[in-house]
Design a protein around this ligand. Structure first.
Ligand code: XMP
Length: 430
């Protein structure tokens, strides 16, 4: 990393991430490090221009005050203290700084240069990846999600065909999703892409399984097995590319997060498949990952796509998955996305999708009784997915979507809109 850096030492404040963001938005790179970093470790970081200390509400752990190694004060770096008054610092601020004093600290006191931008980041990473990988090969599970797509584009730029991408279609992808992965990566970026259509295998394993956690475990476990089988067929792979991003790194440092649902990402490969990791996005926040993707030339539809769970439509085809209901989820989701885009809601609403429950209701079609499925529309806004509110979708838009679903999707006779915030509901249904 050639860019100047401001280090934030983590004394337990929940505002550290906001401060790092504030500094990066000024064009200066910033990283959060643990409070017990040693002077040696700190000096080992490149281009550190100054330190921010932020105490705050979580500074007392088990009755003791968390503090930094006093030797850090003697290292010669300018230090700004927020909510942690100490006589040894250049400046003390009582709360989250507004732009002006933080800017003054970063530029006037630390003399940092505003050289943090995506062009420089990409140039740096390309060099680092080439240095790490040399003439060897990297394997990457390319799901088509934002993070894996941006990692793939970055690795293609750095090492071209030394990257082997594996795209596993578990049959639970949204409409045209696998096709667009193939179009962008194989046809446009000429990636070395292995496409595995494992639809029958996944649906076979999931047959008759109604319990949400069991479904998630089967999908996650099977995904690793398919990926592993592909990896074993290949020779001379030394590295595994991963779309780890900065929030993953920050979050793995907390001990309080409770599991509500098991999330799946590629991990848990067997011991005998030993790879060294390549994680070129591990310093980036999500919006920086997107900016990086745009800079690398990925289509906006890929870079700005809404979050999509690893188990895909599998957790939206509620209960035991059947092909007819899976098709109803996929088709109704495609209609919802098309109509939201037409209404400009795709840029406004954080996440929107449809689910199909595993029961039927009575209706009437062509003057005859029918017994068909129901589509539920969900559209929510959130900052961090921990809590969510429901988007007040315009009635006419909802009516148009309903008409199209009833008209175009087979086996459906009813459309509902989910009005539940999180909590008590979760965003997904399973
Ligand atoms: P819940 O349903 O827990 O969802 O309120 C919170 C956010 O997480 C997404 N989600 C997942 N993302 N793997 C993922 O990468 C998963 O297994 C998974 N399950 C839920 C969900 O879509 C929402 O944005």
């Amino acid at each position: 990393m050639k860019q100047d850096m401001i280090v934030i030492l983590d004394l337990g404040s929940t505002k550290n991430t906001d401060i790092a963001r504030q500094i990066r938005d000024m064009g200066v790179y910033s990283e959060i490090h643990p409070h017990d970093i040693t002077p040696g470790q700190l000096k080992g970081l490149e281009n550190v221009k100054g330190i921010v200390l932020n105490g705050g509400e979580n500074r007392v752990v088990d009755g003791a005050l968390v503090d930094i190694d006093p030797a850090i004060y003697e290292c010669g770096y300018p230090i700004l203290a927020i909510d942690h008054p100490t006589a040894k610092c250049e400046r003390n601020l009582e709360e989250l700084p507004d732009e002006a004093p933080l800017k003054e600290f970063v530029f006037d006191v630390c003399q940092a240069s505003a050289n943090w931008n995506m062009k420089n980041f990409i140039a740096d990473q390309v060099e680092l990846i080439r240095r790490q990988v040399e003439d060897r090969k990297v394997l990457l599970a390319l799901s088509g999600g934002v993070d894996s797509s941006v990692v793939a584009a970055l690795l293609i730029k750095a090492i071209g065909n030394q990257l082997v991408c594996v795209h596993v279609n578990h049959g639970l992808m949204r409409k045209n999703e696998s096709e667009s992965v193939i179009e962008v990566f194989k046809n446009q970026l000429h990636a070395n892409l292995i496409y595995v259509d494992a639809t029958d295998r996944f649906l076979g394993k999931l047959e008759g399984v109604a319990d949400p956690e069991k479904k998630r475990k089967i999908i996650g476990g099977e995904f690793i097995r398919v990926f592993e089988e592909e990896a074993r067929k290949l020779e001379g792979i030394d590295f595994l590319g991963q779309g780890t991003i900065y929030p993953d790194i920050i979050e793995s440092g907390t001990k309080t997060a409770k599991m509500v649902k098991s999330h799946h990402n590629v991990g848990g490969l067997p011991e005998d498949l030993k790879f060294e990791l390549v994680e070129p996005l591990k310093q980036l926040f999500k919006d920086e990952v997107r900016a990086c993707g745009v800079e690398l030339g990925l289509p906006e539809s890929m870079v700005y796509r809404q979050p999509f769970p690893g188990p895909g439509l599998g957790v939206r085809c509620l209960g035991a998955i059947t092909r007819d209901r899976l098709e109803a989820v996929r088709e109704s989701d495609a209609i919802l996305r098309e109509e939201f885009a037409k209404a400009g809601l795709d840029k406004k609403v954080w996440q929107y999708f449809t689910v199909v429950p595993d029961f039927k209701s009575v209706g009437v079609k062509n003057n005859a009784r029918c017994f068909d499925y129901m589509v539920i529309i969900r559209a929510i806004n959130t900052v961090d997915a921990m809590s969510a509110s429901v988007e007040r979708v315009d009635w006419d838009v909802l009516q148009r979507i309903t008409d199209r679903i009833l008209d175009e999707v087979g086996n459906v006779n009813r459309v509902c809109f989910d009005m539940s915030p999180k909590p008590p509901a979760t965003i997904e249904f399973e």
